[in-house]
Design a protein around this ligand. Structure first.
Ligand code: HEC
Length: 127
């Protein structure tokens, strides 16, 4: 009888652990992945997460997804609310999209946006 409870408790812990890994809640992400939200950090994160495997950013990158040059100017949303929401949870906005959810923390999103804004300010050649 006792063994059964221990087994059930272990199963519960396992399921909770799996859930935390697959869907880490935002406060935990923000705690574990806190970065300095500067353009330099953004550039480093874009490399680390491999955004250029699909997107062209600056003068290089892939063609599987939209070119991100000019993205912060293209969108008629000065506060970039939609971009932030997209980076948080692409499937939440467009189910079935090929863009993976990178489980970015809020400060990582700010850093990536700062980097994209910086590139757009420098006005690199459109394509
Ligand atoms: C596996 C390919 C892939 C990777 C890797 C990827 N994306 Fe995307 N992304 C997409 C696709 C595809 C879309 C277009 C959305 C759609 O229509 O499904 C998109 C859309 C976007 C958009 C919106 C573009 C627009 O024109 O509205 C942004 C911003 C973006 N991605 C940023 C990023 C960032 C930042 C990273 C790295 C952290 C990244 N993506 C990594 C595939 C990818």
């Amino acid at each position: 009888m006792r063994h059964r409870w221990i087994g059930l408790a272990a199963l519960g812990v396992l399921i909770l652990g799996l859930w935390l890994v697959l869907h880490p809640p935002r406060p935990i992400l923000n705690l574990l992945k806190r970065v300095d939200p500067s353009p330099e950090t953004g550039a480093m994160l874009v490399e680390r997460y491999g955004c250029r495997r699909c997107h062209r950013i600056g003068d290089r990158g892939g063609i599987l997804a939209p070119d991100l040059n000019g993205i912060t100017r293209r969108v008629e949303d000065p506060a970039h609310v939609v971009l932030r929401l997209w980076l948080r949870d692409p499937q939440g906005i467009k189910p079935g999209t090929a863009m993976p959810n990178f489980h970015l923390s809020d400060s990582e999103i700010e850093a990536i946006l700062a980097y994209l804004k910086e590139l757009d300010r420098q006005g690199l050649p459109p394509q």
